[in-house]
Design a protein. Structure first.
Length: 198
């Protein structure tokens, strides 16, 4: 039990970050993450591997919990006060951001969030994992697919996202850097990326 708790502590932030980006609301992310942690605890006896494999195993459970939660929620009609998905919180301003930069960053964030939410679960998941900086082999472990499948799915997901952003030069430019982690840390795609795990 102690080893499990240490591993969960080590990877909880990654698990929560993934849940936030795969969920439509922060509350849904918390619920899915909690469900995933409980499922992982129940299944830990069947886990065979080291800490890096535990991360992939845990993230797979989180992704599945998020997809299950979204399918359940899709059956129930929802309407938020502003008509958008997410936490409703504005993105935090960078310390040196001007009001204009802050507003533009929020607009870009909303645009990318909307585009990501329009993708299939498979494409949304692989883009979020890529933006989190996971290597192809790590993504293959999370998704339980071959590395070649990761590469082709990621390529299709990027094309689909570019298509969704075709009329927005700022958003397309954001996708161009070659380092996924740099894109993730730069802010977009969604406000909850900067929400600390509970």
């Amino acid at each position: 039990m102690g080893a499990f708790n240490r591993l969960v502590d080590r990877y909880h932030a990654d698990a929560y970050r993934l849940a936030v980006h795969l969920s439509d609301h922060a509350d849904d992310a918390e619920d899915a993450c909690q469900d995933a942690m409980l499922a992982a605890w129940r299944a830990i006896g069947r886990f065979e591997g080291d800490a890096p494999r535990f991360r992939a195993w845990l993230l797979r459970i989180v992704a599945n919990a998020c997809h299950d939660h979204r399918r359940r929620e899709a059956r129930r009609p929802h309407l938020s006060l502003d008509g958008t998905a997410g936490t409703g919180r504005p993105p935090p301003a960078a310390p040196d951001a001007s009001p204009e930069d802050y507003a533009a960053r929020g607009d870009l964030r909303r645009l990318l969030t909307h585009a990501l939410h329009g993708l299939s679960d498979a494409h949304r998941t692989i883009l979020v994992l890529d933006m989190m900086g996971l290597r192809d082999t790590e993504m293959a472990g999370v998704l339980d697919v071959e590395v070649g499948t990761v590469k082709s799915r990621l390529s299709r997901a990027r094309l689909q996202l570019r298509g969704a952003l075709s009329g927005h030069a700022d958003a397309r430019a954001w996708m161009e850097p070659s380092a996924p982690a740099a894109r993730w840390n730069a802010g977009p795609p969604t406000t909850p990326a900067e929400v600390d795990p509970p």
